[in-house]
Design a protein around this ligand. Structure first.
Ligand code: B12
Length: 442
């Protein structure tokens, strides 16, 4: 539906001709995670569900990275019949069986309504099946060539999950820090299948490719062993630690051309308050290592969390600029998500009667007690002068970006970004920050 201006028409035709037994909806993002835009996508999902209900009596279930952020709240808000958190590859066939046998109330990760219409969420499975580890999809059920020519890259997972506990992040709450690794043979098989179809630029969809580092090395090894390393280019997210010279060199040899690090801050006090297990010196070490390769580096900063002051914010920006990353994205305002440490802490301050009005942007907490809608925290120490400084910073540097809506200068939102869309139409390929940084300054 995303390639058409008339998604309703496509959905209507599909449902009228296909008569599905079940309808699964993938909810990838609940919003753009950008304070200034205040976007919220679930109302659109409600329109999709409404149309499905009009044309089909099939049970509707929701899953996906966005759904896992707030399963009970989203099931309630959308009125879908079921939800399923976690890895659909492992579970979707069994889940359908469970609906048919009426045993879904025991199904791990299932969200449903009980006889009182209360929403129940079963805890997800702790022991993973081998289905995902050895999964070798041909991926020919979707028109991936179209996704490639209009999206500029194709996503592949080498694993699922994240081991970190960053206080604001939905991934620390939605997967219980469990990691599921894919067999390197299966990952490279998938790449080989895509290569045969002319797709040669990839973005790993791992939360952090180098966690654990041994698995990252095994993936690189397999790519090199199967001799496709010269035929592909790939980008990934990585965590600043552990990051070794051996890994950097192997990644380069295996075709990696760009790494995005969610550094967040370079000030050690802020890093500690965000529960980041690295220090400023680790980031400096990382850059030294990577400058021995031709891999481009993107740093993502996240400014405005509770401990932030003008001094810590300026310290972070100045030290980041000194390291000369190939791209620098500066986000300000932290989205408060349910079930995260930061979200829960702020809710508890609110319940104790603290006045948070100076820090809260977007929907006030009294109207959003489950944090489903966009509510952001921004330290009130970041004043107008600071934002003027930021705007000036991006004016003449095409490699520095701000968390602004895609229509504004210096934006690195990847949603409906006209420059990106046109550049990709004209042949640009790769990670979006790598395409954006090559544009001419304003
Ligand atoms: C890789 C990634 C990217 C890459 C994608 C590269 C590519 N070519 O694919 C890039 C850098 C482009 C990107 C961009 C953005 N991203 Co991003 N991204 C991710 C990441 C790390 C992985 C997503 C992914 O593709 N996984 C691989 C697929 C296979 O897994 P999956 O979608 O989870 O699907 C599985 C299950 O969820 C389930 N499932 C999925 N659908 C369904 C449906 C049903 C019915 C069922 C039962 C199960 C099911 O089964 C699937 C197979 O196991 C996630 C975090 C994470 N670890 O999930 C963030 C994440 C999804 N992104 C996020 C955001 C905010 C964005 C941006 C909006 C940022 C911005 N402001 O521009 C953009 C949006 C782009 C867009 N237009 O959609 C947030 C979303 C939070 C939110 N508020 O909703 C996340 C959660 C990161 C975070 N920690 O905050 N992203």
């Amino acid at each position: 539906m995303c390639f058409s201006d008339n998604w309703e028409e496509i959905l209507k035709n599909y449902l009228s001709n296909t008569h599905p037994d079940y309808i699964g909806i993938s909810l990838r993002n609940i919003d753009e995670a950008m304070m200034i835009s205040q976007s919220f996508y679930i109302d659109f999902i409600n329109l999709v569900i409404q149309l499905c209900r009009q044309l089909s009596s099939a049970p509707i279930f929701i899953g996906g990275a966005g759904f896992a952020i707030a399963p009970r709240e989203i099931l309630n808000y959308t009125g879908a019949d079921f939800g399923l958190i976690g890895n659909g590859i492992n579970s979707i066939a069994d889940f359908i069986k469970a609906i048919e046998q009426n045993t879904y109330t025991k199904f791990p990760g299932c969200a449903y309504r009980n006889s009182n219409r209360d929403i129940i969420l079963n805890p997800p499975k702790k022991n993973f099946t081998h289905r995902y580890a050895s999964f070798q999809p041909h991926r020919n059920f979707a028109n991936l060539n179209k996704y490639f020519t209009e999206g500029g890259q194709i996503g592949i997972e080498t694993k699922r999950g994240c081991t970190q506990q960053c206080i604001y992040c939905v991934e620390s709450s939605s997967n219980n820090n469990a990691i599921e690794l894919r067999n390197p043979y299966a990952v490279v098989f998938e790449i080989e299948q895509l290569l045969e179809r002319g797709i040669n630029v990839f973005h790993w969809c791992d939360s952090e490719f180098n966690l654990p580092i041994e698995h990252a090395l095994q993936i690189c090894n397999e790519i090199i062993k199967r001799q496709i390393n010269k035929k592909i280019k790939w980008y990934t997210y990585c965590f600043p630690v552990p990051f070794t010279e051996e890994l950097a060199l192997m990644m380069e040899q295996a075709g990696c051309v760009g790494i995005n690090f969610g550094v967040d801050s370079l000030h050690n006090d802020i890093l500690q308050s965000l529960h980041k297990p690295y220090k400023c010196e680790d980031i400096q070490r990382l850059v030294k290592i990577l400058r021995k390769t031709r891999i481009s580096i993107m740093f993502d900063l996240l400014l405005g969390s509770p401990a932030e002051s003008i001094d810590t914010a300026l310290f972070t920006i100045e030290n980041a600029l000194k390291l000369k990353p190939d791209a620098l994205g500066i986000s300000f305002g932290v989205r408060l998500y349910p079930y995260t440490t930061l979200g829960e802490n702020i809710l508890s301050l609110y319940q104790k009667g603290h006045n948070l009005t100076n820090f809260i942007h977007g929907k006030p907490i009294e109207e959003n007690k489950n944090l489903l809608f966009p509510t952001y925290y921004l330290s009130d120490k970041l004043d107008k002068d600071f934002f003027d400084y930021l705007k000036n910073l991006v004016k003449n540097q095409s490699s520095v970006f701000l968390s602004l809506p895609a229509t504004e200068e210096g934006s690195y939102s990847y949603c409906n970004h006209d420059y990106l869309i046109n550049a990709i139409k004209n042949g640009a390929r790769g990670a979006y920050w790598d395409i954006l940084r090559k544009r001419t300054p304003y």
